[in-house]
Design a protein around this ligand. Structure first.
Ligand code: AHR
Length: 507
């Protein structure tokens, strides 16, 4: 057992939490769309073929925004293939995932699914094989009210009203050699600028994200951001970050795995620094926002037949990572870190939603279930509302070769003045010791009552949720919280993620 403390003060306000931090990602990849969210003939499917059980789990997950249709898929996609009568839509080779794309789900079907689950769409345009012309046409098709060939084409497809898609990604991972039509930073920066310009002329109300590097450890990280922003800084609102957490090849310890929270914090802070240095060079007061629009654990189903299968199959089983309790703890810690960067980080999309590196798994014709990583995401999405407060943490810790001494405690605190509720998110990274934690919520109410307290802890860090045992790793009630005025006292199990929500009853 060791002691730790967490103090927040109402006046030490970091930023309002943007609820779009709880976004997800749906790509035409493997069984994410087909035989994932969409499975005509499934007992729970609606008239459009979308699975009702997956829709219900998506709502329970609490996702607020969804990126679509890729990913790498985006860089070879013709949006025109996915609109109009389904029986006339072409089947195409998808060069991103070496699969056959049937185009039975396209813009309108996906928008109907977004409405069904109550989630905001984030669409992307193809800046791989295509460019500004198709991008502005796609936007006109989607968002222009009517009276032009493309907007009237949409209306003839049954959507009288504009689709009102506000958030658009300017391509995907254009720095990556695996990308269909990879670009140099100057090539991409120029095309991103011109595409952004045209798209804003079509619909000035949209928000635009430019591609940052596809990973922090890309050899061109930093140079890419600087050159791209040199071209398009004034024309975009967000710069994207992508990160997939792996177990380091030389040191597979859980502690090193958990230290990726700090690595990704550095990634965010370095990217902010680069964006701000471009602003300085341009004598601009603009502060670019960040969109972490792909993130998750992904290191097992990442090679060989997990990436590519012979014969151009339809909806093959690709990237079907099975998550452990250890992964869920890292996801929880990552969410605390995201909240603690809420001043610049406004959007984040867990990649992906269903079957493909996903919190939700399905069997064709069978059940849908929650992977371990579902739980911390759902808890954070449910309880994090309001203002993020700056946490002051005192905790013993562990030595990490990259970051030095790191505290066992990772924490974030979000306070909702409207309801008087304060949510505290806590990860105990000690693998062996219980944490005796004192929490001070200064200035947030003289008397508090407990609303909810849950912990995610599993003695076996390798435990998984499977079709036969879907609830092996699931949150439990966190008992033993003592509340005295502004002070909370609780014992956190080793290797546990915890959520404590209290409400002010006397201010
Ligand atoms: O999410 C899987 C893939 O990872 C995406 O298509 C791509 O953008 C990233 O490399």
């Amino acid at each position: 057992m060791f002691n730790a403390s967490l103090i927040v003060d109402r006046d030490f306000n970091l930023a309002p939490l943007d609820r779009r931090l709880f976004g997800v990602f749906v790509e035409h990849l493997g069984r994410c769309v087909y035989n994932g969210i969409h499975e005509p003939g499934h007992p729970t499917a609606d008239e459009q073929g979308f699975r009702g059980d997956v829709a219900e789990l998506t709502k329970e997950l609490g996702a607020t925004i969804v990126r679509y249709p890729g990913g790498n898929f985006m860089s070879g996609y013709n949006w025109e293939d996915g609109v109009g009568p389904k029986d006339q839509r072409p089947r195409r080779l998808d060069l991103a995932w070496f699969s056959t794309e049937t185009n039975q789900v396209g813009t309108h079907e996906f928008m109907a699914w977004c409405r069904k689950v109550g989630i905001e769409p984030m669409f992307g345009v193809n800046l791989g094989t295509r460019g500004p012309d198709e991008a502005r046409h796609y936007l006109e098709y989607c968002n222009h009210p009517g009276g032009t060939a493309l907007s009237d084409l949409r209306r003839s497809h049954g959507a009288e009203e504009p689709l009102g898609i506000k958030f658009w990604c300017l391509g995907n991972e254009m720095d990556g050699p695996w990308q269909i039509c990879q670009k140099t930073p100057d090539e991409y920066g120029r095309i991103a600028k011109e595409t952004a310009k045209l798209m804003r002329w079509v619909d000035p109300s949209i928000e635009l994200a430019a591609c940052g590097s596809s990973a922090y450890d890309m050899p061109t990280y930093g140079i890419w951001e600087d050159r791209v922003l040199e071209h398009c800084f004034e024309f975009v609102d967000y710069l994207s970050l992508h990160s997939y957490f792996v177990k380091p090849p030389l040191d597979t310890s859980t502690e090193s795995f958990f230290a990726q929270i700090e690595t990704n914090a550095r990634y965010i802070e370095d990217t902010v620094a680069i964006a701000d240095s471009v602003a300085t060079r341009k004598r601009s007061t603009k502060r670019l926002k960040l969109s972490f629009d792909e993130w998750n654990v992904w290191y097992r189903a990442r090679h060989g037949e997990h990436l590519r299968q012979a014969g151009w199959p339809e909806a093959p089983r690709l990237l079907e990572e099975v998550y452990t309790a250890e992964d869920a703890l890292l996801i929880g810690g990552m969410l605390t870190m995201f909240m603690n960067h809420a001043d610049r980080l406004k959007v984040a999309c867990m990649a992906q939603l269903c079957n493909v590196i996903a919190p939700i798994m399905t069997e064709p014709g069978g059940p849908a279930w929650r992977q371990t990583i579902f739980h911390p995401f759902a808890q954070a999405a449910r309880w994090a509302h309001g203002q993020v407060l700056r946490p002051v943490i005192r905790s013993p810790g562990f030595a990490n070769p990259r970051h030095g001494e790191l505290p066992y405690l990772c924490a974030s605190v979000v306070d909702d003045a409207a309801t008087g509720q304060t949510a505290v998110f806590l990860l105990n990274r000690s693998l062996t010791d219980e944490m005796d934690l004192s929490i001070t919520l200064r200035g947030l109410g003289l008397e508090r009552r407990l609303v909810q307290a849950e912990q995610l802890h599993c003695a076996d860090l390798n435990a998984t949720n499977t079709v036969d045992a879907p609830d092996r790793v699931t949150p439990q009630v966190l008992d033993g919280i003592a509340i005295a005025g502004e002070q909370l006292r609780v014992k956190l199990k080793p290797a546990s993620w915890n959520v404590i929500v209290t409400q002010a009853v006397r201010t």
